[in-house]
Design a protein around this ligand. Sequence first.
Ligand code: GLU
Length: 319
Amino acid sequence: MPAPAPSSGTRATRRGAVRRPARCLAAGLLLLAVAGCGASGSPPARGPQPGRLPHYAVDRDFSLPTSPTWRSAHRDGKLTIGVKEDQPGMGEKNPATGAYSGFDIEIARMTAASLGFDPDRQITYRAIASANRETALQNGQIDYYVGTYTINEGRKKLVGFAGPYYIAGQRLLVRRDEKQLTGPDEMAGRKVCSAVGSTPLQRIQADYPGADAVAYDSYAICVDNLLNHQVDAVTTDDTILLGYAAKDPAHLKVVGRAFSEEPYGIGVPRQDRALARALDRALVARERNGDWKRAYDVTLGLSGRPAPRPPRVDPALTR
Ligand code: GLU
């Protein structure tokens, strides 16, 4: 089950200490522009290049009167989609332009187009941290959520899911000069950082009690703390960690095997099955027509891993 949603700011749950974000102070962190530092304002050099993104055909005749979420978005002429803003390659906001990029953003854009919304003009993105996703869906802050969101039993009691659209796995990010911490079996006695309300944090607390778990609101803060030698590793999905490592290969590396399966779903308001089913149909259509692969190739695929086969959408999720 997700941890109760912290409202804002940054917190370390270990020993209850509270720290301010030190994002822009991180020594040597990201010579490239990233979350809030924005010195150069240029787009991430290794990240998705705006000019190369796929164009998604908008289904202008689409209508879903059985979905309350779709009806109200249609009335407003825009979809509000919850995303991450500090996960390079998945969901990242360019601090200079305000533009969002990454594989999750492309999933948001292609599904919005299938629901009849112009992805360039009719999406408002709202950055929501891991711990706050369920609340945001429950109180109508967002229409749906696309942000490295693992489908699991606890969350299914609180929200609905479409998908899965990708399967990630939990791994470890360490400093480049790290010699001892080479995988999940060497975490004992080491400080391992993850995000409040995330499945990777729950897993190290439950299955690796020897590890000294540290939690902050976002992985970006964990990475700052790793570079500042406040923690020894960051743990979460490989998708996220490879994005950070690709941005700062001189200081960071991803190590060890994947030690979980994280099927990514699109989070929807729990009662809105019609929306979840429409999103499933959109995912299947976009996988069939090649949009899913095109989106992967210009985002996550930049890390060098060829596009895997997309997982099968699970009809049991929307029954
Ligand atoms: N996929 C994991 C989760 O949903 C970790 C990534 C995240 O926190 O968004 O908890």
